[in-house]
Design a protein around this ligand. Structure first.
Ligand SMILES: [Fe+2]
Ligand SMILES: [Fe+2]
Length: 268
C-alpha cells in the first residue's frame, strides 16, 4: 500500500526583492525546489519588496510566477506598505486579504500591514469575519499573516508584533484555528499555544538575517491524522521541526536547531 500523499503547503516569506540583501541565486534555488516539491499551495507571507516600489513588486511578481503552483496566497508585509506600495500590491496581486479552500482545509490570509508603519495590526473589525469563516468544525483551519503573533526567540528586542495580538490569539484559539503561518522576523520558529501551532518562517532568499540563522522556508505536510512542519534551507537538507497528531495534539514540537524531544517519534 502506498504512503498517503499529504496536502503540501510551501510557506515562502520575506523575499525582499530590491534589497541589497536579496540574493537572486537563493531565489532561483527556492523556485527550483518548490517546482520539484509540487506543493498544493504556495503561501507568500509578506515583505515581497524592500521599499514598496513598483519595480520591486514587478521583480517579486516574476519570481513568484516562476513557481508552478496552482493555488497561491500572497500577502503584503510592512515593507510592501511603504511608499503607498499597497496600491501596487493590489494592482499586481489582487486583494490584500484572501481566502483559500481545499478539501477539509480552510486558509485565511490576513493583511497585517499598516501604511508606513513597521508594526502589525489585524483589528477587531475583522474578528467576526474570522469566526464566521472558521465555523466548520471539520475543517483544518490555517491563518496566514506577515507579522508575528508571538515573540520569537533569537530576535532581540521585541517589536512590531501585531498590536492586537492578545485579542487575536483569543479569537483564533476560540475559533478552533489549528495553525498560524507568520513571517517578518526572519527567524524560523514553532510555538504551540493551547491547541494551535504558530509557525514563523525565515527569509527565503535574502541575507537580512539575525545571529546564525540562514535563509529558509517552511513546508507544511498535512496528513489525515498528523501534521508535519519541515524547515528547508535552499540547497540544504529538509529538517522536520514539528510533528503533531491532528486529533489529540500530542506533539513533538521543538525549535529548529535545538535538541529533539526525547519522546518524539513515539505515538505521533
Ligand atoms: Fe522581512
Ligand atoms: Fe516584515
Amino acid at each position: 500500500m502506498g504512503e498517503e500523499r499529504p496536502i503540501l503547503i510551501a510557506q515562502v516569506s520575506d523575499l525582499h526583492c530590491g534589497s541589497q540583501y536579496h540574493i537572486p541565486s537563493l531565489a532561483t534555488r527556492v523556485v527550483d525546489e518548490i517546482n520539484e516539491l509540487k506543493p498544493d499551495v504556495l503561501a507568500v507571507t509578506g515583505d515581497l519588496t524592500d521599499m514598496g516600489f513598483r519595480q520591486e513588486f514587478k521583480v517579486a511578481q516574476r519570481l513568484i510566477s516562476r513557481m508552478d503552483v496552482e493555488k497561491v496566497m500572497i500577502l503584503p508585509g510592512n515593507h510592501d506598505a511603504r511608499n503607498v506600495g499597497d496600491m501596487h500590491f493590489e494592482e499586481l496581486f489582487g486583494a490584500r486579504s484572501t481566502e483559500l479552500a481545499l478539501p477539509g482545509i480552510r486558509i485565511l490570509g490576513l493583511d497585517s500591514s499598516e501604511p508606513d508603519l513597521d508594526g502589525g495590526r489585524i483589528g477587531r473589525e475583522r474578528y467576526r469575519w474570522i469566526e464566521e469563516r472558521f465555523s466548520n468544525p471539520d475543517e483544518f483551519k490555517i491563518v496566514c499573516l506577515h507579522h508575528h503573533l508571538l515573540p520569537v526567540p533569537g530576535t532581540g528586542r521585541e517589536r512590531n508584533i501585531v498590536f492586537d495580538a492578545g485579542d487575536l490569539l483569543r479569537v483564533l484559539t476560540s475559533s478552533g484555528c489549528d495553525m498560524v503561518l507568520c513571517g517578518h522576523k526572519h527567524v524560523p520558529h514553532v510555538w504551540r499555544l493551547e491547541n494551535m501551532v504558530v509557525v514563523n518562517a525565515g527569509t527565503a532568499c535574502s541575507y537580512r538575517l539575525r545571529g546564525k540563522t540562514k535563509a529558509s522556508y517552511n513546508i507544511i505536510e498535512i496528513y489525515s491524522d498528523h501534521v508535519r512542519i519541515v524547515l528547508k534551507h535552499p540547497f540544504g537538507e529538509p529538517e522536520v521541526v514539528a510533528d503533531f497528531d491532528r486529533a489529540s495534539r500530542h506533539a513533538c514540537v521543538w525549535s529548529p536547531g535545538s535538541e529533539r524531544d526525547a519522546n518524539c517519534g513515539e505515538g505521533v
